[in-house]
Design a protein around this ligand. Structure first.
Ligand SMILES: [Zn+2]
Ligand SMILES: [Zn+2]
Ligand SMILES: [Zn+2]
Ligand SMILES: [Zn+2]
Length: 289
């Protein structure tokens, strides 16, 4: 596909069409070149700096030594060119130097995310995804407010429940992995993978026993291929599930800034909500005092 490219020479800039974007692709990793760019002594291969390291400064095609021979002409062309982000169709308006395109796209907040509702294949940036979910799956979502406890009923064989923050529409997914003797739960925020976590959460399973997770960062994912982190699981043994197969979970999601946190010295605060207990170790022993 042709990428529109714009000459970066201020008022003298000339719009151009790049018919073969492969000329600015690294021969080693097939990603967009970043400066510095190197060529082998035969001059027929161009490589980005990480690939020079990876290939031991030898051309992957002719094995000639690459050394420190920079490909200045290509560098100058790339420095002078600007282009749109590959997520432009998902709402990103950024015009970036061609040489900085790769870095921008790695951290672009318009990265498309998959709708977490099972059997829905809607993909959009995370802000639009929030609006989509509110309109299309209104009755499937569980609305909540940051810093306030709320309850979620979960069946043992329900694989996902979607939570939506009332204030900013952000989506969170409770992923429920049913095993023979326990269920393992984890909470994800739906957003670009490059996002640094901005939320923490606590969850309490209420039954005969109870357990709290220590204060935990919410991991972020763009899709439904969750990478389960052993540290932030809530394991609920089969003995704890009520006879009707439905357990009541108490959640608290806070923004890391802490502005929304509920703070109280008593077991319950003035509004009758359970107070936060931080950094309590968690384990199956919590169920068998
Ligand atoms: Zn490379
Ligand atoms: Zn070569
Ligand atoms: Zn972008
Ligand atoms: Zn959807």
């Amino acid at each position: 596909m042709a990428h529109p490219a714009v000459n970066g020479g201020g008022d003298n800039g000339v719009p151009m069409i790049l018919t073969d974007p492969d000329v600015f692709v690294c021969c080693g990793c097939r990603d967009t070149l970043t400066i510095p760019i190197y060529e082998c002594s035969k001059g027929h291969v161009i490589l980005c700096s990480p690939c020079c390291n990876k290939h031991g400064y030898k051309c992957p095609f002719c094995s000639m030594f690459i050394g420190d021979k920079r490909c200045r002409a290509i560098e100058a062309v790339m420095e002078s060119m600007k282009t749109v982000c590959c997520y432009a169709k998902h709402g990103c308006n950024a015009i970036v130097r061609y040489s900085e395109k790769r870095d921008h796209e790695k951290t672009c907040t318009f990265v498309p995310c998959l709708c977490p509702q099972p059997r829905c294949d809607w993909i959009s940036n995370s802000n639009e995804l929030g609006q989509h979910f509110k309109v299309k799956h209104f009755y499937k979502r569980i609305p909540f407010k940051y810093g306030e406890f709320f309850y979620v009923s979960l069946r043992r064989d329900t694989t996902t429940r979607v939570l939506q923050a009332v204030s900013d529409g952000k989506l969170f997914v409770i992923s429920n992995d049913k095993r023979e003797k326990k269920n393992s739960l984890i909470l994800f925020h739906v957003g670009p993978n490059s996002w640094i976590p901005k939320f923490d959460y606590e969850v309490r399973a209420t039954s005969d026993g109870a357990v709290l997770l220590p204060q935990t960062f919410v991991e972020t994912t763009q899709g439904l291929k969750f990478e389960f982190s052993l540290l932030s699981f809530l394991h609920i043994p089969i003995e704890m599930w009520p006879c009707n197969g439905q357990i009541k979970l108490q959640f608290l999601i806070t923004t890391v800034s802490g502005a929304d946190k509920v703070v109280s010295e008593e077991n319950n605060d003035q509004n009758g909500r359970p107070k936060r207990i931080r950094n309590r170790p968690v384990g199956l022993n919590d169920f068998y005092p």
